[in-house]
Design a protein around this ligand. Structure first.
Ligand code: ADP
Length: 537
């Protein structure tokens, strides 16, 4: 027997309407490239998104057409987040930090019909403009628009603010994001309205990110990095104030916005928070961050020394999360279960540095070489996932089907342990694993420990071919400004924490570490830089 509930589709149309109708005075704040502050409200945003949707239809947008954005975090970008899918299009956010070659590949692979671009990012577009064939380029501008392009404000101004999207099937595509391509060609992940709505509901739960209309949320994670982890959707769903930093991502600008707008929740990759921690350490008490309840950190592992530094020195709380483009993206969030909160501080810190527990409707399993890995906190296995917000295949890319198992799971490529409470800990990505004399050595454990040394700013550990042991770990270290530490000192520092065979064979000091366009250590480039490295006899 079926239930007798309405057949009501889960779409972004409802999310936008509710925000505009019930929270019309709620603020949306953006920092412009000239550093001035722009303020608008949900009421105005709702009307402008309606105008943009009408304008897109006028320009001939057909159902399923892809519309790209090349833009920083700001309120106009938020308008596109809703107007494009409501007009029947598919929002394709582009990362301006990628190479022109990758950007051209993505635009052509997605077959983007329209591109919305920030005026300050026109030089990025110019680098691959001749390789792509969009029908229209629309500029989010603050001045003159170049020839051949449309000005955003002029385009939407004459349109009606009333837009009727008509019926939308919840399975209809609403967005597409490409994986960053650290493993092979970038692959498109096609999100449905249903997945984005479910992901918003799941991430707003108190034990997930925990969002209420009373919050003030500032995503530092760019809107082109897996939809800023879904925050523009989930924040609009709950109707909270949103704060967008625009292109000004230096620590003092971010700290000023956090303080002035009384932000309660912010989110970004560890690189951003390491920079902010250094600034706070140098200027303790300079910023009033009393309103800030949590800083969500994901994209790469949050080093325990950073979690502890924020907590002890500044009373700020890091919430560690793990996810993937293929997962919309949130997979796990680390909150300490209530019955574990009486554990000693060191144990709680250890726990908080893990990637945590799966959010509802994400199923996890760790598959070791001989079947499921035991929940003992030691046995390693490949993390596989399934759920309603997880990709079942890639956009036009059947060659990648080995990422999906025959029994319907997605292979994350992350190697994890699971502790008896179910907390997962990522020890490596499968392509970064160090295999020495038949044993796996976790590069992430070594990196976290090294980043606990007071002189170390960043550390990445990579596998280097070794004549006897197959591979051995080599640590690449960036020291903090004005600090010193010798190879011997770092070795002595790690000694009590690891078995002898796990310790790096060598330490290479660098000015900076190569990074991907989303701020992760680019280990392929490090291995390439060290390809002629010789171990001393
Ligand atoms: P890409 O796979 O192209 O790097 P994603 O942004 O989808 O792009 O990255 C997902 C990967 O990032 C995960 O598979 C994992 O390896 C890594 N990652 C994300 N969050 C964390 C985290 N909190 N700790 C460790 N690794 C993480």
């Amino acid at each position: 027997m079926n239930g007798l509930m309405m057949d009501y589709p889960l779409t972004l149309a409802h999310v936008l309407d509710r925000a505009g109708r019930y929270f019309p005075k709620q603020e949306i704040v953006s920092r412009r490239p000239d550093r001035s502050i722009h303020r608008t409200t949900y009421g105005e945003f709702h009307r402008r998104a309606g105008k943009l949707a009408n304008a897109l239809r006028r320009l001939g947008l057909a159902s399923g057409d892809r519309v790209a954005t090349l833009a920083w975090n700001h309120s106009r970008h938020l308008e596109a987040y809703f107007a494009v899918p409501l007009a029947g299009g598919v929002l394709h956010t582009l990362n301006p930090r990628l190479s022109a070659q990758d950007l051209a590949y993505m635009v052509n692979d997605a077959d983007d019909k329209i591109i919305l671009v920030d005026d300050v990012l026109l030089p990025v577009l110019d680098k691959f403009r001749s390789e792509i064939r969009p029908r229209h380029v629309i500029v989010f501008g603050h001045g003159a628009t170049p020839a051949g392009a449309l000005d955003y404000e002029q385009l939407i101004e004459p349109q009606s603010a009333d837009f009727d999207p008509g019926p939308i099937d919840e399975e209809q595509a609403a967005g597409i994001c490409y994986t960053s391509g650290t493993t092979g060609r970038p692959k498109g992940v096609l999100y449905s309205h249903r997945a984005l709505v479910l992901h918003s509901l799941i991430s707003a739960l108190p034990d997930s990110i925990g969002l209420s209309q009373a919050d003030v949320v500032m995503p530092v994670v760019p809107m082109f990095h897996v939809n800023a982890w879904g925050l523009p959707f989930s924040c609009t769903m709950v109707g909270c104030k949103q704060v967008f930093p625009g292109p000004c991502l230096d620590p003092p600008s971010l700290l000023a916005l956090l303080a002035e707008e009384k932000v309660t929740c912010t989110a970004g990759v560890p690189t951003i928070w390491l920079g902010i921690l250094e600034t706070l350490d140098k200027n303790p008490g300079a910023y009033d961050l009393k309103a800030l309840k949590q800083m969500v950190v994901g994209g790469s592992a949050a080093p325990p020394a950073m979690i502890e530094g924020y907590e002890k020195r500044h009373g700020l709380h890091i919430l560690h999360a793990w996810g993937m483009t293929e997962m919309s993206p949130i997979g796990t969030i680390c909150r300490v279960k209530s019955q574990l909160r009486s554990a000693p501080a060191a144990e709680q810190l250890r726990l908080r540095a893990t990637q945590g527990l799966p959010v509802p409707f994400v199923e996890l399993r760790a598959v070791g070489e001989d079947g499921p890995a035991a929940w003992d906190g030691k046995s390693m296995g490949e993390l596989q996932v399934r759920g309603p917000c997880i990709a079942k295949s890639y956009f036009q890319n059947p060659a990648e089907e080995d990422k999906f198992t025959r029994d319907g799971w997605f292979r994350t490529g992350d190697i994890v342990t699971v502790d008896p409470e179910g907390y997962i800990r990522i020890t490596d990505r499968s392509k970064d694993v160090i295999k020495s004399g038949g044993e796996w050595i976790s590069s992430v454990d070594l990196e976290n420990a090294l980043m606990g040394h007071p002189a170390v700013k960043e550390a990445a550990v990579v596998a280097i071919k070794h004549p006897k042991w197959d591979e051995r770990p080599v640590a690449c270290v960036v020291l903090k400004e004005g600090q010193r530490a010798s190879e011997d000192e770092l070795r002595r520092f790690l000694q009590p924490l690891f078995a002898k065979y796990q310790l790096p064979d060598a330490y290479v000091f660098m000015e900076q570490l190569p990074r991907t366009a989303t701020g992760k250590f680019l280990k392929t480039a490090l291995r390439q830089q060290l390809k002629d490295f010789k171990f001393s006899a």
